[in-house]
Design a protein around this ligand. Structure first.
Ligand SMILES: Cc1ncc(COP(=O)(O)O)c(C=O)c1O
Length: 386
């Protein structure tokens, strides 16, 4: 072990800044109190900029998957036809949720590691003999590190049939991308706390437009805890229907303050600089990237070691020798890729230990000299973009 400090570079959970930890450590208040109402009001409205919405954002005390489920449950009746785009493990999760509710489900499969092609999605929808109520997709498919062109699809869907609801799972990129729900024609946008939003796990967020809010009231699919109309009624009264995670709501307020102080545009730019620098460094270390540059996520990067032994060596030595955690592949990509997360409370310089450690591991493992190569490539990008 060469470091006392662990470095968490998984695609969620991510490091939590001290300012957020401190805010979460303030003394507990009752959730049916004026104190909490003030916190809740600031938290709901503090998320508007990040989600690119004029509406207060619903906060659920549950993990990201609950927001995926809630979006489906509150927009779709059992007899409705829906399309789910599956391009990785989290698209598969949307599919599993849909299968539970016995919706008429039409799956549009995308090769893992690729982004969807908007024309192909539209052609698929047009080929179906049923009117489609909603289309569900990931924004960043965390399992592959693709960032899908959701704005392009949003516009195409609206132009084709404006009554279709477009639902986007932004769990692993909201807080790191430039999104505007109106501009990008997104009806419901969901996220989780533990990724680019620098918070601990355990909160889920649902942003919605006015059309979706009206639809939430009309849908008669059964729901209780995840009934979004109930959450909206409480939100208007600056509270929640059930006991919320009070410390995490304080964390959200602190998050919003930090984003405002840095400026959202800079936050987004910081993520893209890191993405480009990481990709440049990995290429310099002769590690293939799973995803093409033009659809690479600013929050997570998937790379392909030469073989299974090298993959295990990299992951284990990063953890054991350098105290750095990254993630492996999921589903069909398990054992084929590694994923490094770079989102939330992270600066370009936080990635340097990872790149330097890779140089050492690969130099020893491949018996080839990589020292300085990754860092040089990384800093070439960073110094241009800062
Ligand atoms: C894109 C995406 N959707 C959904 C989820 C599920 O979120 P949770 O594990 O918080 O339920 C994740 C978690 O990694 C994710 O990355």
């Amino acid at each position: 072990m060469y470091t006392h400090h662990s470095l968490l570079l998984t695609p969620g959970p991510t490091p939590v800044p001290l300012a957020i930890q401190n805010a979460m450590n303030l003394p507990m208040v009752g959730h049916r109190s004026a104190d909490f109402e003030a916190i809740a009001q600031q938290a709901f409205s503090g998320l508007k900029a990040t989600f690119g919405t004029p509406n207060d954002v619903i906060i659920l005390t549950s993990s990201g998957t609950s927001a995926l489920e809630a979006s489906m449950r509150n927009l779709v009746n059992p007899e409705d036809h829906i399309v789910v785009i599956v391009s990785g493990a989290f698209g598969a999760r949307f599919q599993q949720i849909a299968e539970k509710y016995a919706h008429h489900l039409h799956v549009f499969n995308v090769e893992w590691g690729k982004a969807f092609n908007t024309d192909d999605v539209l052609a698929f929808i047009q080929s179906l003999d049923y009117p489609i109520k909603a289309v569900f997709t990931q924004y960043c498919e965390t399992s592959t590190s693709v960032l899908h062109p959701v704005a392009e699809l949003g516009h195409a869907l609206k132009a084709y049939n404006a009554s279709i609801f477009f639902v986007v799972d932004g769990v692993s990129c909201i807080g790191a991308v430039d999104v505007d729900m109106t501009r990008d024609a997104i009806d419901v946008l969901v996220a989780g706390s533990q990724k680019a939003m620098m918070l601990p796990p355990g909160l889920a967020f649902v942003a919605y437009n006015d059309r979706a809010r009206t639809r939430f009231k009309e849908v008669d699919s059964p729901s209780f805890y995840l009934n979004l109309s109930k959450h909206l009624s409480s939100l208007e009264a600056h509270t929640t229907p059930y006991t919320p995670n009070v410390p995490a709501f304080r964390g959200v307020v602190q998050y919003a303050k930090m984003i405002e102080a840095e400026g959202l545009a800079h936050v987004v730019q910081r993520h893209y600089v890191i993405r480009d620098a990481v990709r440049h460094a990995l290429k310099a270390l002769q590690l293939d990237l799973l995803v093409a540059d033009d659809v690479a996520s600013p929050t997570v990067t998937a790379f392909i070691p030469l073989d299974a032994d090298e993959l295990v060596t990299i992951k284990e030595q990063l953890a054991k020798t350098f105290n750095i955690s990254i993630a492996g592949g999921q589903g069909q990509l398990k054992g084929h890729i590694l994923r490094v997360g770079h989102m939330g409370f992270i600066s370009p310089f936080d990635l340097l230990p990872f790149v330097a450690a890779l140089e050492v591991i690969l130099t020893n493992y491949r018996k080839k000299h990589y020292i300085g190569k990754g860092i040089t490539a990384f800093m070439e990008v960073v110094h241009h973009d800062l």
